[in-house]
Design a protein around this ligand. Structure first.
Ligand SMILES: *Cc1c(COP(=O)(O)O)cnc(C)c1O
Length: 373
């Protein structure tokens, strides 16, 4: 063992901290010997997938001996109709995270940089660092801002320099749940140089009901440097199948298509995604359950004097008023999995995914028990 295989890796990769996912239920139950746990840790849909998506998956199961359609014809056609763009402007990904990675591989490298906000989605620093590019992290809004911990687009714009190729904007952002309105986003798009790609990450788009929240797809034609990304992992309840997509100008889609794996999205995921898009009832029911659940959890926080970051997503980051790690650990022992977000620079907050009413109730009861102890 004379060779250090860690030291042989690219410098950026050596210094990576792996993404920390929400703890799987099976892992917790194995470790603690408990049962009936609930997971409110990864912003999955508590209603599960659309029954129509499940049916579509079952119908395809016999076909898995064959490679899928690498070009995802049916899903791209469906999305192209929805966005009123040519199918060649759609990029499918193994989750929308893959789109973020394709962007980094195609547009970033040492001596180039990407700009994003503090407290932004953890995948941005990972994909940027993995290719040896510089991450330029803009300070976020302060805690007393109307959109506390949210993106400060002015601060982000001022970090853009001649070596910047990509800006990541999460709207709404995870784990803060903060969002940017139409004027802010449009003003930003006008301000960013045309040789900088703006990745508008809209993983929670379907959940947002705030007035003035933009559908950035209508700016696609005006801004060929705009790439919006969305996913089937959140509202569509298909996180386990790994499918997401990007919509952009022709040229950006062409470039991303060159670096992706030939069969990056699988047969079952493609079929489920088409069916999920058609099940608008399931989407609106998911929005309704989330709206009510968010109110339930926010009210519970207010009653207990716990602060939180106002969220338009399907999650809420709650201020424990002290280091949140031990609270997270104690909640695990109650069989409730949430998400500590110290890694996002929010050491006193826990992010809880909004569940169905009984799950929210269980979380609140466990939190009461833990905070009393
Ligand atoms: C969950 C999430 C994604 C997408 O995840 P995939 O499962 O890879 O589609 C992207 N961006 C943000 C901000 C998210 O929270």
């Amino acid at each position: 063992m004379s060779c250090d295989y860690r030291a042989l890796a690219l410098a950026g990769v050596q210094n990576l901290t792996p993404y920390q996912p929400g703890k799987p239920i099976e892992e917790l139950e194995r470790e603690l010997g408990i049962r009936e746990s609930i997971k409110l840790a990864s912003n999955e849909n508590p209603l599960g997938p659309s029954p129509k998506a499940l049916e579509a998956v079952r119908a395809q199961l016999g076909g898995i001996a064959l490679y899928p359609d690498g070009n995802g014809f049916a899903l791209k056609r469906r999305l192209a109709e929805q966005f009123d763009v040519a199918p060649s402007r759609i990029t499918l990904g193994n989750g929308s995270n893959e789109i973020l990675e394709l962007v980094a591989r195609a547009y970033l490298a040492p001596a180039r940089n990407a700009v994003f906000s503090a407290h932004a989605f953890a995948v941005y620093p990972i994909v940027v660092q993995a290719v040896g590019a510089e991450a330029r992290v803009a300070p976020a809004n302060g805690p007393d801002h109307a959109m506390p911990y949210g993106h400060d687009l002015d601060a982000m714009a001022s970090l853009i320099n001649a070596d910047t190729r990509v800006v990541f904007v999460a709207n709404p952002n995870n784990p803060t749940g903060t969002w940017l309105d139409e004027d802010a986003v449009h003003g930003f798009l006008k301000r960013v140089p045309e040789d900088v790609l703006v990745v508008m990450d809209e993983a929670y788009f379907e959940y947002v009901e705030a007035d003035g929240y933009p559908d950035s797809s209508r700016w696609l034609d005006a801004f060929p440097n705009l790439l919006l990304t969305r996913t089937f992992s959140k509202i569509h309840g298909l996180a386990g199948l790994r499918i997401g997509y990007g919509v952009s100008g022709e040229a950006v889609a062409d470039i991303l298509n060159r670096v992706r794996q030939p069969f990056n999205t699988n047969l079952l995921a493609q079929a489920a995604a088409v069916a999920a898009l058609d099940d608008t009832d399931h989407v609106s029911e998911s929005v309704r359950v989330n709206r009510e659940g968010l109110v339930q959890v926010m009210d519970a926080c207010r009653e207990r004097g716990l602060g939180f970051i106002p969220s338009v997503g399907n999650f809420l980051s709650i201020d424990m008023g002290r280091e949140a790690g031990p609270v997270y650990q104690a909640l695990l022992r109650e069989g409730v999995i949430v998400r500590p977000i110290a890694g996002y620079g929010l050491p006193n907050h826990l992010r809880v995914t909004i569940g169905r009413a009984h799950e929210n109730t269980r979380f609140i009861a466990a939190l009461d028990k833990v905070l009393r102890a």
